[in-house]
Design a binder for this molecule. Structure first.
Ligand code: FAD
Length: 580
């Protein structure tokens, strides 16, 4: 039975209250646009708050630096799949963005003469690759936490309306126009229809598609899947980053800041093995290079005690540096591993970390739906759920926090322009029926499989066969498994049949998002018969610019993926072999 939903009308809707969503909302509010932020978590619990190491900008507070060098590092780090016009925007606007954060009151660490302190991070270099440069600004190893608190305060100050614990379950797109979104209120299971001319997806990543991940429980690719189901393609999903230093078995992140501050990686023989793979940058090579190198060491029998991990060695840094610059992550090591990092080496292994792909957008965060960059009016995306594409095939550390803020701000400004010229669209009274029926079926089905089993099978297969190393055979296997899991998912049932705080239902619902994101990831990975950045095919180990210097667009039609492609924008830097 479909009842009448509660309806709301706002000029602009922001889905997600991480860094991207909050900065967009702040710009909208400053322009006087009536804005609502819908978020399934309390804003301060968004994953942005877990970011540790830093946010980069070529401030040059310690040594000479330029936005062109930052742009170059981003393009090379992304294995030349980066759209260079976007990387230029990122590197230039990074500087004013960090300074504005400072003016909002963010408590950055300071140099002795009072400037924002900066540290080294992988792939960020001086003079086009010569040597590491200090480009990452930080507040100890709690940078994201500080960003989130600072932006949330600003939003409250400017009167942004928050709908906390509203889980968006569908986008309203009809007649080629965005009309709003449908949200499920977690407290009582009530559906709410939000009419709006402009909707921003800022829902973050989908690392929960992997068994071992640094990503929080809520990172299930919601915005990507919702757009994909409504005919929007997903771009470059085959590029997923594995961060080299996760806590063994748990995946909890030990920030790259540990290596930025001088930490070493050692194999069972005590060797700093990165010497073999990246003689110039060593432990500060990009993450894709280091994660692969770690596995190569392990495969050749040089994992610690014959196991599938290596050591992160901080023992030479000294207590003072560790306590002042890396307090949180070293505490994780003590709590989760029972190890004292000041005197002992820390076992680490790669952990699924970051989605380079996502909902395709132009430089103004407008969602585009084909290879000609045709805009879907009223739909916007920014942050980790979007692909603009500044990270190409592999993101550099500290480039995400700056990406979400630079493009979150651009989204807010563009949405403000858009709503000025566009009326609030009509929404049919039946708009929410489709998703209501699906949710009701899932909630009330009395026989069927537990969706947790489906999620666990998906996560294991993705980690084993669509992780750091990939082959045609493994990918075909996981593609078939996903098809099968999708059928099983249609018959799944949840334990809790109630409406009040039914997190069981929402956990199950999120498995549906993960299946869609996995499907697009594997389809892209199977098609791309080359190795580039975070996508490494053992059967095609070389980069192939002749055939594959292009973005993948994956569409869903009749429940199955199909692929198209679009060209990469190259402005300043021609592709070259990538050595470090
Ligand atoms: C442990 C860790 C450490 C990191 N460290 C760094 C670092 O030092 N530097 C760096 O640059 N990057 C770092 N990153 C990456 C970076 O933090 C993220 O890419 C970035 O914060 C993503 O921000 P976002 O605004 O896109 O989304 P998030 O901060 O993930 O927020 C997503 C928001 O969307 C909402 N949402 C999701 N689905 C729905 C739905 N269906 N309905 C309603 N709301 C929804 C959530 O409630 C949340 O508010 C790190 C990531 C992790 C996991």
């Amino acid at each position: 039975m479909n009842g009448a939903p509660v309806t709301h009308a706002y000029q602009a809707l922001v889905v997600g209250a991480g860094g991207a969503g909050l900065w967009a909302a702040l710009e909208l509010a400053r322009k006087g646009v009536k804005t609502a932020v819908l978020t399934k978590l309390y804003p301060s619990r968004s994953h942005t708050g877990a970011a540790q190491g830093g946010i980069c900008a070529a401030l040059g507070n310690h040594e000479e630096d330029h936005w062109e060098w930052h742009m170059f590092d981003t393009v090379k780090g992304g294995d030349y799949l980066v759209d260079q016009d976007a990387a230029e925007v990122l590197a230039k606007e990074a500087i004013e963005t960090v300074i504005e954060l400072e003016h909002m009151g963010l408590p950055f660490n300071r140099t002795p003469d009072g400037k924002i302190d900066q540290r080294r991070f992988g792939g960020h270099t001086r003079n086009y690759g010569e040597a590491p440069v200090r480009r990452s600004c930080f507040a100890a190893d709690r940078t994201g936490h500080m960003i989130l608190q600072t932006l949330y305060q600003q939003c409250i100050k400017h009167g942004v309306r928050f709908f906390d614990e509203y889980h968006v379950v569908d986008l309203l797109i009809e007649g080629g126009l965005t009309r709003g979104a449908v949200a499920y209120r977690i407290a009582d299971g009530e559906l709410h229809v939000f009419r709006s001319a402009a909707v921003l997806l800022a829902t973050g990543g989908y690392g929960r598609v992997y068994r071992i991940t640094s990503n929080a429980h809520a990172l299930t690719g919601d915005g990507m899947a919702l757009a994909y189901r409504r005919g929007v393609p997903l771009e470059d999903m085959e590029f997923f980053q594995f961060h080299p230093t996760g806590i063994v078995g748990l995946g909890i992140l030990l920030s790259e800041a540990a290596r930025g501050e001088g930490g070493y990686l050692r194999n069972a023989d005590g060797e700093r093995f990165m010497e073999r793979y990246a003689p110039t940058l060593m432990e500060l090579a990009p993450r894709d290079v280091i994660s692969r190198s770690m596995y190569l060491e392990i495969r050749q029998g040089r994992g610690i005690d014959g196991g599938d991990f290596v050591h992160l060695d901080l023992t030479h840094l000294g207590r003072e540096v560790i306590d002042r610059k890396l307090p949180d992550i070293t505490e994780f090591v003590r709590v989760y591993q029972g190890i004292e990092p000041i005197t002992e080496q820390v076992p680490v292994q790669p952990t699924a970390h970051y989605a380079m792909g996502g909902v395709p957008t132009d430089l103004h965060a407008r969602v585009v739906v084909d290879e000609r960059n045709t805009v879907l009016p009223g739909l916007f995306a920014a942050g980790e759920c979007a692909c603009v594409s500044v990270h190409g095939a592999n993101r550099l550390g500290t480039n995400s926090l700056i990406d979400i803020l630079v493009f979150g701000r651009r989204a807010g400004l563009e949405m403000a322009r858009y709503v000025e010229g566009n009326e609030l669209p009509d929404v049919p009274l039946t708009a929410h029926h489709r998703v209501e029926d699906e949710l009701e079926l899932l909630r009330t089905r009395r026989r069927g499989e537990n969706p947790n089993v489906i999620r666990a099978e998906l996560q294991s297969a993705m980690f084993d066969e669509c992780g750091v190393f990939r082959t045609k055979k493994g990918l075909q296997h996981v593609a078939r498994l996903i098809e099968h899991l999708k059928l099983r998912y249609c018959q799944a049932r949840v334990e809790d049949g109630g409406k009040v705080f039914n997190t069981d239902l929402l956990d199950a619902w999120e498995v549906g998002y993960l299946l869609d994101c996995a499907e697009a990831t594997v389809a892209g990975a199977l098609a791309r018969t080359e190795s580039r950045g975070g996508h490494f095919r053992e059967d095609y180990p070389e980069r192939d610019d002749t055939n594959w210097l292009k973005h993948t667009l994956t569409y869903q039609a009749e429940g199955r993926p199909f692929l198209r492609s679009k060209p990469v924008t190259i402005t300043r830097f021609q592709p070259k072999p990538r050595t470090y």
